[in-house]
Design a protein around this ligand. Structure first.
Ligand code: F6R
Length: 242
């Protein structure tokens, strides 16, 4: 695992953008694994700016998101599909047929199977990740097996609370309690992994990910075994690192 410590969120986003654009420029038909949450918002803004200013094209790019809430339609303003359109896709030249976000409704078992198949057929070139304060990646909460693939998840209370802040105007009762998520094995299959962590709320999770034992209690610690994993950590999130 390569840890790059940067000053703050802004610098982390710029560094991450550099790495993403490098992958895209070297392979204009790359498969991107994407994340939602507050962490990638600035990165997505920088990618939109770059597309507008420098014309980087996404016409041949395929995208695969990590996760989606269970019970929300794609058009629901709190769905991750909607989030991705608002924060990234609507301002790129990406073909929406090449955009994939797990479906959070319908026959979930079938949807998980289909998503795993899709990932097998389209190996991810770079997987972007944020990290939960409890060390989760995607919606893989502590205790998730390292060999897990796309599956339905019961969200932990801490994740429901964290997400209420961001997505549901603080209304915990509106946050879905289940989600569909790529598994840890799907994430580990990506050729390159890029995790961004910003803010002191992530310091414990980053310490456990980088310095702790590899344990399913800290899902991100699985990344210790990934052959090409970059962690961009700002000073606040790096405070507990030796
Ligand atoms: C989002 C996701 C989650 C978030 C994590 C951090 O698609 O998979 O694992 O990356 O919960 O969220 P933020 O960035 O809001 O701190």
């Amino acid at each position: 695992m390569k840890v790059i410590i940067v000053k703050d969120y802004e610098e982390a986003s710029h560094k991450a953008c550099e790495i993403m654009l490098d992958v895209i420029k070297n392979n204009p038909s790359a498969n991107l694994g994407l994340a939602t949450g507050s962490t990638p918002i600035r990165l997505y803004e920088l990618m939109r700016e770059d597309h507008k200013t420098n014309g980087t094209s996404y016409k041949q790019i395929k995208s695969f998101n990590l996760d989606e809430y269970f019970g929300l339609d794609q058009s629901h303003p709190q769905s991750y599909h909607y989030f991705m359109c608002q924060n990234l896709f609507n301002e790129l030249d990406i073909d929406m047929n090449n955009v994939h976000v797990p479906k959070g409704n319908g026959d979930i078992d079938e949807e998980c199977k289909a998503y795993n198949q899709l990932l097998e057929e389209n190996p991810i070139d770079i997987q972007l990740l944020g990290i939960g304060s409890n060390g989760h990646i995607g919606f893989n909460e502590p205790g998730t097996a390292f060999d897990s693939v796309t599956h339905k998840v019961d969200l932990k209370q801490s994740t429901i609370e964290d997400n209420a802040r961001l997505f549901f105007n603080g209304k915990i009762e509106d946050v879905p309690t289940q989600a569909v998520s790529m598994g840890i094995a799907n994430i580990m299959n990506a050729k390159k992994v890029l995790l961004i962590a910003s803010g002191e709320g992530k310091a414990k999770a980053i310490q456990a990910t980088v310095e702790g034992p590899k344990t399913t209690e800290v899902p991100a610690s699985a990344l210790q075994d990934h052959p090409d994993c970059i962690l961009i950590v700002d000073e606040a999130a790096a405070t507990l690192l030796k």
